[in-house]
Design a protein around this ligand. Structure first.
Ligand SMILES: NC(=O)c1ccc[n+]([C@@H]2O[C@H](COP(=O)([O-])OP(=O)(O)OC[C@H]3O[C@@H](n4cnc5c(N)ncnc54)[C@H](O)[C@@H]3O)[C@@H](O)[C@H]2O)c1
Length: 483
């Protein structure tokens, strides 16, 4: 979007979401951008809840502007923490690149807004490394995991409605029991703090390798249990504190702690369901807010705040910025297109790419954008995929292309045959394109033997980075076709 090196105006608005105290850039980040020849515009007060007064940004070379509107009006790259809220929709323009946690799968209205306004948006939460890890979610999981035990300790106190137990116990009085369900990033960090506070700590996970790692990491001080309904039920029943930390990537959290298990807990015990942002892994959970963070169900206190980390903004802002900075730097240095082509992990974060031109959309987004039909939290089977694409083609009155992912050595014929068996119509509307690599997409899209119809939407299956290349190529093909 921007030729590498040329001056770019980066905007840092104040967050408007309820109780969101983080800010998307630190003065150190602003300073580095200014040193690199860019301009940084910060909304007055944006950094204050995270401990950065306006003059810290001004000293770093940023301009402070009075209004939210002015940041969006001046900037080309907008860096935020939370998704734009409806009152911000009108401020978005086609030349904006938006960098933030977007959670588009859960927000059809925002998806439609971005599509209609033609914003290029990169979702922090879907930036993904080759090993499948999510580098911009990890720091928030670290913070949330550590917080979870601190929160549980607070609500265990009698004044807060809890059973009145001290996590560590004292000599002669046993410590509290903490059961952590899910031993990933949240679970490991919760376990560390729980052990540090002297509680007897049990971690359950269905991944034995993960339990082995935790056992080593925490020097055998915790109890590990293979997660299954029997073990989970027994651990929950014993627990004064249950931390919900299960994640199945891309899916709604499984309800591994049932209402029956919660009913058997002692009154005044505490559940912190950190996984609530994915629907919660406890059957009795429902989302709460920082304003009213808890409710009581089955005599057990439930804390289920989906953006827990917002209230420890000083720590969370730094943790978030440490992880986000390399991506912001790459985009400002190279321009978004080159940055995406150079770094597949960033490519995974592309939520919307100038979709107003009607050309490129990720598969997941196509589903969300057309949620009128379906959006499930489960992976689509081949048959469902075919049905979805045919509907897309019909409703859009357009050709829908699927760029098949042949990266991992699948042969195209096999791929094609599977889709054909699932009902793929080999008519003019839907073609799978057998390609490997971005250049091949461009070549295929430009090939007049392939392009028989104007292309309105390219669905890129598992290769989102190809979308950018495909977009340019498809535009060119369309022009040629129409001439
Ligand atoms: N509420 C918040 O503010 C907040 C902040 C950060 C993260 N989170 C959420 O916390 C959750 C956990 O995140 P994470 O980074 O630790 O994920 P992770 O992938 O690192 O860990 C998840 C763990 O769950 C385990 N698991 C999966 N299915 C299981 C099952 N049926 N039984 C037991 N264990 C199972 C996995 O093996 C894995 O070890 C996610 O939903 C994440 O979005 C919430």
């Amino acid at each position: 979007m921007w030729p590498g090196g040329s001056e770019l105006i980066v905007g840092v608005p104040r967050e408007v979401k309820d109780n969101e105290y983080r800010v998307a850039m630190t003065p150190a980040g602003a300073h580095a951008l200014v040193e690199a020849g860019h301009a940084v515009v910060v909304e007055a007060g944006a950094g204050v809840p995270s401990g950065f007064a306006d003059d810290r940004f001004a000293d770093a070379g940023a301009s402070i502007v009075r209004t939210h509107e002015a940041v969006f009006a001046d900037a080309e790259l907008i860096v935020k923490v939370k998704e734009p809220l409806p009152e911000e929709y009108d401020l978005l323009r086609p030349d904006h690149l938006l960098f933030t946690y977007l959670h588009l799968a859960a927000d059809e209205r925002l998806t439609r807004c971005l599509v209609e306004r033609g914003v290029t948006a990169i979702a922090y939460e879907t930036v993904q490394l080759a090993d499948g890890s999510l580098p911009l979610l990890v720091p928030m999981s670290e913070v949330a995991g550590r917080m979870s035990v601190q929160i549980a300790a607070r609500f265990l106190e009698r004044e807060a409605g809890g059973s009145g137990k001290l996590l560590s116990g004292v000599p002669g009085v046993p410590p509290a029991e903490v059961a952590i369900v899910g031993g990933g990033v949240v679970g490991a960090n919760a376990a560390r703090i729980s052990l540090g506070m002297g509680a007897h700590t049990v971690v359950l996970d269905r991944n034995l390798e993960r339990l082995r790692q935790l056992d080593l990491l925490l020097h055998g001080n915790l109890t590990t249990l293979a997660a299954n309904p029997l073990h989970t039920g027994a651990a929950v029943e014993q627990a004064d504190v249950v931390i919900g930390a299960v994640l199945v990537p891309g899916a709604k959290a499984p309800r591994v702690v049932t209402r029956e298990m919660v009913r058997r807990m002692r009154p005044g015990s505490v559940i912190v369901d950190v996984a609530i942002d994915q629907g919660g892994c406890v059957e009795t959970s429902r989302p709460t807010t920082h304003r009213v963070p808890t409710f009581i169900e089955e005599n057990v206190i439930h804390y289920c705040v989906p953006n827990m980390t917002a209230v420890v903004a000083r720590t969370a802002t730094h943790a978030f910025n440490n992880a986000a900075w390399p991506y912001i730097q790459a985009v400002t240095r190279k321009g978004v297109e080159q940055a995406i082509i150079d770094d597949l992990s960033l490519a995974h974060g592309v939520g919307v790419v100038r979709p107003r031109d009607g050309l490129v959309c990720r598969l997941e987004l196509a589903e969300v954008g057309h949620q009128l039909w379906r959006h499930e939290d489960v992976a689509l089977s081949d048959g469902e995929l075919v049905a979805l694409l045919v509907r897309l083609a019909d409703v859009l009155g357009a050709a829908v292309w699927v760029v098949a992912d042949l990266h991992d050595g699948q042969d195209f014929c096999g791929h094609h045959r599977r889709l054909a068996e699932a009902g793929w119509p080999e008519d003019q509307h839907v073609w799978p394109l057998p390609v490997v690599g971005a250049d091949a997409v461009a070549t295929a899209v430009l090939d007049p033997a392939v392009v028989k119809h104007p292309v309105k939407l390219v669905v890129v299956d598992e290769l989102p980075y190809l979308g950018l290349v495909g977009e340019a190529a498809a535009q060119e093909a369309q022009r040629e076709h129409l001439e």
